[in-house]
Design a binder for this molecule. Structure first.
Ligand SMILES: O=C(O)CCC(=O)C(=O)O
Length: 271
């Protein structure tokens, strides 16, 4: 990318709170291998011998509901290769201007296709990620690369970002698991009294969007014929610190690059 294009992308990310980057970043073969790795995890097969962390969906649960598996990269080599790919780190650094970038947590998200009206839990309710990340100091630079492994077209339940919502402060209304998408949006709008403008992240396989820790986002059911496959790769820059320097819960593994790879810059820059 040219210097002027990078400056424009960075400004858009800062102004809107997110950036959708539809140009594929990751090699096709790796995307295919990681997608196969996803199916292995859904079947409860762990190539490394290490299971993912406790998750809201486990093998054997309803195959038609949203499957969210925590830290899948510790169970699958291909998934680790994908989330630690240098192209992802370089793009994250380009957008944020960071000196160093670390993957500190990953969620695998598999949204099965459903037919309209089917009563299954596949919405992702509107939320700000920082609502769940209080273990980090408030001024920490934390963001997410949401990597598509399937074609995320408008009918696949793409993520929807609310433009500029990262400037609203921390809301009390976030609820990832809410299935009442419209009622939750109305409640947030009533709380915030701000213009609500949504932008979908339409992405081909191997591309990504990036969003900040306070940007509201959510997603509707997948009405296509194919599963929507993705990873939410949660990242931090050198401008981040765990509260009281404590390691627990979501920060338990940040000192171990076999769990939390540094994808750009030097480990010494990250505290
Ligand atoms: O996959 C989705 O629809 C939502 C993912 C999400 O909440 C995130 O990446 O922070």
């Amino acid at each position: 990318m040219k210097v002027e294009e990078i400056a424009l992308a960075r400004k858009k990310y800062q102004d809107d709170g997110f950036l959708v980057c539809p140009d594929p970043l990751l090699p096709h073969d790796l995307v295919e291998e990681a997608a196969a790795g996803m199916d292995e995890l859904r079947a409860g097969r762990y190539e490394t011998g290490i299971p993912p962390r406790p998750s809201s969906w486990s093998p054997g649960d309803d195959p038609n509901s949203l499957c969210k598996i925590e830290m899948p990269q510790i169970a699958s080599h291909a998934i680790m290769d994908l989330v630690s790919h240098t192209a992802l780190g370089a793009k994250a650094a380009e957008i944020t201007g960071a000196e160093a970038v670390q993957v500190w947590w990953v969620q695998m998200l598999y949204k099965p296709p459903i037919v309209a009206g089917q009563q299954v839990r596949t919405h992702v309710g509107w939320h700000q990620d920082y609502n769940y990340w209080g273990i980090w100091e408030d001024d920490s630079e934390l963001f997410t690369a949401w990597v598509a492994l399937s074609d995320v077209a408008p009918d696949c339940g793409p993520m929807n970002f609310v433009v500029g919502s990262h400037k609203w402060g921390l809301s009390t209304k976030s609820d990832f698991f809410s299935q009442d998408y419209d009622a939750l949006r109305d409640a947030i709008q009533a709380e915030q009294n701000q213009e609500w403008q949504e932008e979908p992240a339409i992405l081909p396989p191997g591309s990504a969007s990036f969003h900040q820790k306070l940007t509201f986002h959510g997603s509707a059911p997948n009405l296509s014929a194919q599963p929507r496959r993705s990873f939410a790769v949660h990242m931090r820059t050198e401008k981040s610190r765990p509260k009281d320097n404590v390691r627990q819960g979501l920060t338990t593994f940040i000192d171990d690059p076999r769990y939390c790879p540094i994808v750009f810059g030097d480990a010494g820059a990250l505290k």
